[in-house]
Design a binder for this molecule. Structure first.
Ligand code: BMA
Length: 839
């Protein structure tokens, strides 16, 4: 008690120095340099969003409007803002202006005096500007150069063209500019090259003493204790200062963790420990526990500066070891091997500044709710916002972080690319602080592309040029980047590229990480997913169309058909809609019209991904991770995503939620038997009580059994062998299904339904679906019932963005399911169909 009182006294007597931060987000205007009229602008924002706000351009996502604004990437734009400062603010003789992000080449002047040339979208800029400021009105002026024209100038530094598979320009400008690569066009993105002040700008004053940066490195962890080394870099300090301390306080437990007098250096480090640490676990494995810590710089009674930080105590090891089949690739979290279940993440909007915190929150909650434990931030997008990583920390979503290089080689040996080092230093330090960061990866597919995509021939590269290009990549990705990562955090995991092993050869499936594209980019059927299982599949996928309301948002009403100009334009993959159609017809009834094509495309995608995920989980041990391509969209259109641009879950996302549960059944045919497997991803073995029931579509129970099975977590167990022929003849099999329900797994309320023939061969009967809607204050409850078995029941609305607690589900004959519906506007109408309606 006495201790506590002393503590309180100690902290109550503190004077807190306040730092001033003035955001410069008001009173902005912009114009094309060729125009004379200034118009109001939004900061943070983009030229393209400002033009849209003034209705000077049409919605770039509608029809083929994106083509009409491509020309703006060749033009120059000016932004200016007036802001008022008073004498008091200017009393401070240390004032810095911070640009958190400028896109991309800009000349910046303050009160007519030049202060910055920016050349990299991925870094921030801090400039000491006290001498340029005045009391009263000040002017900040930013002139954005054309990103394409500068890139064209840059590329002249090299005598050859650098290969870049997604860039439609002749000389591959995209690789000569540090800017999000997908903006130059990708197989799921329009070519929309933006300019603008895409992140906040502010003026900040410094105190007498201030903290420049902080960092914590975890040194050791056991059940009883965890040790850390904490670093602080102080901004201003003189050796005559006698009484300056650095300390770290644990706000969670009200404990001072360390305190040290600052003597000679601006760089201080100290050790601290946390006893009986509560560990940070990923989603599905336990709590993602975070400690709230604060770094303080103080004399006895004055806190000059403080920095708050979250600490997640965990170890993450990437295990790459030779074994009996080849080379492993898996993660151990807190010493326990974990099976990774997740997806690849891309930027949420081609116009990046439109992604609000609400959108981040909604998407990462959807990731958590689908039982994922990892997202891969893919290398052709952006280093994500702090808020994104905060949410991953909070929800226990491990992050695989690519550096922003994708499907290309880069001019690391040129002058204009020196900026990349500043970018890396800043991003590594910033992102490394987050406990969710599991692995850093040099690039996406650069190595497989270089060795397998025929670039040398396509770009007519001489042996000398090829050697120079490849050595430049090697020294950067295998030398410089890992050095930088490890100097920030010696315990970080790093791989130089994804994948490490290419899918072209059978033996490669025994080694390392893999992008398996035999389905979609190759000629494999979905059975390829079962045949080719790698050690860690960091990409695989199949496309589908988003729901009709989404399509209507970008398609003129006379173009709602598959071959229309708009629909074709929004399909960015060279493979095209033909592949989707081909696979629908292989497995499902032939679509009767466009609307059925959309629904069936989603079922087909979910059907294929289910085969892949089940194969990966059945091979647990050999395979230790599955990250499908891709979680989300950056504009409305067909793509590999499981959640569309407006946040609607496609059939796939509902299916993933079931397939990524820790404990699931999987049924596999093996000669005369159906093997009923159980998979367990929990931290220990589990005894599972379950009910197996064989139903006819009309509701008759043919056979049932209750079972108790203990499942290890290292590999799946066969819980039962079902000899279907004992109960049904080949004709009857078409109108029967197996239902597996868990009786003691509270975390998994789902029933799993398995049919025995391809969906197109099911002998479905008219299910007589009915529904009732009850209105609640903030949501609706829809009760959906069926008289006969209903497969893939689909609730759709005339509005986008409606949230359903479940969709694309099956109903037993006589069953009623209650679905909670949120975000439905008052005039939203609903329609209910099931697979039966599409035959
Ligand atoms: C992958 C990705 C992306 C691409 C996707 C679909 O390999 O890395 O480059 O969008 O395939 O083709």
């Amino acid at each position: 008690m006495k201790k506590l009182l002393l503590f309180l006294l100690y902290f109550l007597s503190i004077n807190l120095y306040s730092q001033n931060k003035i955001y410069l987000h008001q009173n902005w205007e912009f114009k094309n340099t060729k125009d004379s009229i200034w118009r109001s602008a939004k900061v943070p924002g983009l030229v393209q969003t400002d033009l849209l706000d003034h209705q000077l351009i049409e919605d770039p996502y509608f029809g083929k409007n994106d083509l009409k604004i491509r020309k703006y990437a060749l033009e120059e734009w000016e932004y200016r803002c007036y802001f008022f400062l008073d004498e008091q603010f200017l009393d401070n003789d240390d004032i810095t202006i911070v640009f958190e992000g400028l896109d991309t080449y800009a000349d910046v002047s303050l009160n007519g005096r030049w202060i910055l040339h920016s050349d990299n979208m991925f870094r921030s800029w801090k400039i000491w500007v006290r001498e340029f400021l005045k009391s009263g009105m000040n002017t900040l002026h930013i002139r954005f150069k054309s990103p394409l024209r500068v890139a064209r100038k840059n590329l002249r530094e090299l005598p050859y063209i650098l290969p870049a598979s997604n860039d439609p320009s002749k000389r591959n400008e995209s690789v000569h500019i540090r800017k999000a690569q997908f903006q130059f066009g990708w197989d799921w993105a329009p070519r929309l090259i933006t300019s603008g002040i895409w992140k906040p700008i502010y003026l900040t004053t410094k105190n007498k003493h201030y903290i420049n940066s902080t960092k914590i490195v975890q040194l050791h962890q056991s059940d009883s204790i965890a040790y850390f080394e904490a670093y602080m870099n102080i901004g201003r300090f003189s050796t005559t200062e006698s009484d300056l301390y650095y300390e770290i306080f644990n706000k969670t437990d009200n404990k001072l963790l360390c305190r040290k007098k600052i003597k000679k250096s601006k760089y201080i480090s100290d050790y601290f420990k946390i006893e009986n640490p509560k560990l940070w676990w990923c989603n599905g494995m336990g709590e993602a526990y975070l400690y709230d810590l604060v770094f303080r710089l103080r004399s006895h009674d004055t806190v000059y500066d403080s920095v708050e930080t979250k600490l997640g105590i965990r170890t993450i090891d990437l295990v790459q070891e030779e074994d009996e089949t080849g080379k492993s690739f898996y993660f151990k979290l807190n010493g326990k091997p974990i099976f990774i279940k997740g997806a690849n993440y891309i930027p949420q909007d081609a116009l990046l500044t439109r992604v609000t915190n609400e959108k981040y929150e909604a998407l990462i909650s959807d990731v958590k709710n689908a039982n994922m434990n990892m997202l891969r931030v893919w290398g052709g997008g952006i280093y994500e916002s702090e808020y994104f990583y905060d949410l991953c920390d909070k929800y226990g979503i491990l992050v695989w972080q690519d550096f922003m290089f994708a499907c290309s080689v880069y001019p690391f040996n040129t002058k204009h690319f020196r900026t990349v080092y500043k970018e890396l230093k800043e991003q590594i330090a910033r992102i490394n602080k987050h406990p969710s960061i599991a692995i850093w990866c040099g690039n996406n597919e650069t190595e497989v592309a270089w060795f397998n995509w025929g670039w040398q021939k396509e770009y007519d590269l001489s042996a000398k040029d090829s050697t120079e290009i490849w050595n430049t990549q090697l020294s950067f990705f295998e030398n410089k980047i890992p050095q930088m990562v490890l100097s920030e955090n010696p315990y970080a995991n790093y791989v130089h590229t994804s994948p490490l092993s290419n899918w072209g050869k059978l033996e490669n499936f025994n080694n390392s990480s893999m992008h398996y594209w035999g389905v979609w980019h190759g000629s494999d059927d979905f059975s390829g997913y079962e045949k080719y299982v790698g050690r860690f599949i960091s990409e695989y996928g199949f496309q589908s169309f988003p729901e009709m309301a989404n399509i209507k948002s970008f398609t003129p009403s006379d173009q709602l058909y598959l071959e229309s100009e708009t629909i074709k334009h929004h399909q960015k993959s060279y493979v095209g809609n033909g592949k989707i159609k081909e696979f629908i017809i292989k497995h499902f009834p032939e679509p009767k019209h466009f609307e059925s094509f959309i629904y069936l495309s989603q079922l087909t995608q979910a059907y294929g991904m289910e085969k892949a995920i089940n194969a990966h989980r059945l091979n647990k041990g050999h395979c230790m991770g599955t990250l499908y391509w891709q979680l989300n969209d950056c504009w409305p259109g067909p793509s590999w995503s499981s959640i569309d641009y407006y946040g609607n879950w496609k059939a796939l996302h509902y299916s993933v939620r079931k397939l990524y549960q820790n404990i699931i059944p999987i049924v596999k045919k093996n000669r005369d038997y159906y093997q009923i497997f159980l998979c367990n991803d929990e931290l220990r073995a589990k005894t599972v009580q379950m009910k197996l029931q064989l139903f006819r579509f009309n509701g008759d129970i043919i056979w049932e059994k209750d079972l108790n099975t203990t499942v290890e977590n290292s590999k799946p167990t066969i819980a039962y062998l079902l000899k279907l022929n004992d109960y049904l003849n080949p004709q009857q099999i078409k109108s029967a299904y197996l239902k597996v329900s868990f009786l003691n797994i509270n975390e998994n309320p789902e029933d799993y339904i398995f049919t025995f023939v391809e969906p197109k061969d099911l002998a479905l009967t008219f299910p007589e679906l009915t529904y009732k809607i009850k209105k609640n204050k903030d949501f609706l409850i829809m009760e959906v019932s069926a008289k006969q078995f209903a497969k893939s029941v689909y609730i759709s609305s005339n509005k986008t963005g409606v949230k359903y607690s479940n969709n694309f589900f099956d109903l037993d004959a006589g069953e009623t399911k209650s679905i909670i519906i949120k975000n439905a506007a008052n005039d939203a109408t609903f329609k209910i169909t099931s697979l039966y309606d599409y035959f």
